[in-house]
Unconditional design. Structure first.
Length: 248
């Protein structure tokens, strides 16, 4: 983990309320799928940084998707080419490179952000990806994910792809696909459903939790939650946990 001064090379609107941000800096460290960054927000008098899941990363660039939720994330939309920001990364424990032959990846909404690298890190396996969105206009990163495995895009209203939730698409293929591990990130109801599916089938399941964060390094305790009956920090001890440890 290190603090970098990075240059904005792209900041584009993906769909209503969603943006994709790409930064460039020298000496970018290796990043695992599921790790995140803490990004400074203009103007400089905003003390708290914003946690953003890392979508892509190489030795010079990293990219993120973010949702406008308040004044801080709204300020990010005004960043333009050549602007500089402070970014601390990589933070947290990501998804493992797991020993198996078949991996299912399940994402919902902005929860798809950390799953691309997680799938790519396990490219030696048969990977099937199930990403869910409310409607066609909210679909993100379809082209990118289609490079990382067999992608099924799901919409709640049936306006594109599979009509239904990503859990339903996963269940429709379970008997044929027989995944040995599941990675998931998204809204809590989705992750609870994936936990139920995985554990009922004896499938090792990892969930990436989403919590409000202050510092991103475990000092402020803002993101503390119960994991395996103990208080743990999502930013420092997670955000990725085994499903058997959470949502009891």
């Amino acid at each position: 983990m290190k603090d970098y001064t990075a240059k904005v090379i792209a900041n584009e609107k993906l769909c209503d309320g969603a943006y994709a941000l790409m930064l460039e800096t020298e000496g970018m460290p290796e990043v695992k799928g599921g790790q995140f960054a803490m990004l400074s927000v203009p103007p400089a008098d905003r003390i708290l940084r914003r946690p953003l899941g890392i979508v892509t990363a190489d030795d010079r660039t990293c990219s993120f998707i973010y949702q406008i939720k308040g004044k801080g994330t709204e300020a990010l939309t005004r960043l333009t080419f050549g602007d500089t920001v402070e970014v601390m990364l990589p933070l947290g424990n990501g998804f493992p490179k797991i020993e198996c032959e078949r991996l299912a990846v399940v994402g919902g909404g902005f929860g798809v952000a950390p799953l691309y690298l997680a799938a790519k890190d396990n490219a030696d396996k048969e990977v099937r990806i199930y990403n869910g969105f409310a409607t066609k206009s909210q679909i993100m990163l379809e082209g990118l994910f289609s490079e990382a495995g067999k992608l099924t895009v799901c919409t709640d209203d049936g306006s594109y792809g599979f009509h239904g939730f990503p859990t339903q698409a996963l269940e429709s293929e379970l008997d044929e696909f027989r995944p040995q591990a599941i990675f998931c990130c998204g809204p809590e109801p989705l992750m609870r459903a994936v936990k139920r599916i995985g554990e009922s089938r004896g499938i090792t399941t990892y969930l990436s939790l989403e919590q409000r964060m202050g510092c991103g390094v475990g000092a402020c305790l803002t993101c503390t939650c119960k994991v395996a009956g103990h208080n743990k920090r999502v930013c420092k001890d997670g955000p990725v946990f085994l499903s058997t440890e959470v949502y009891e």
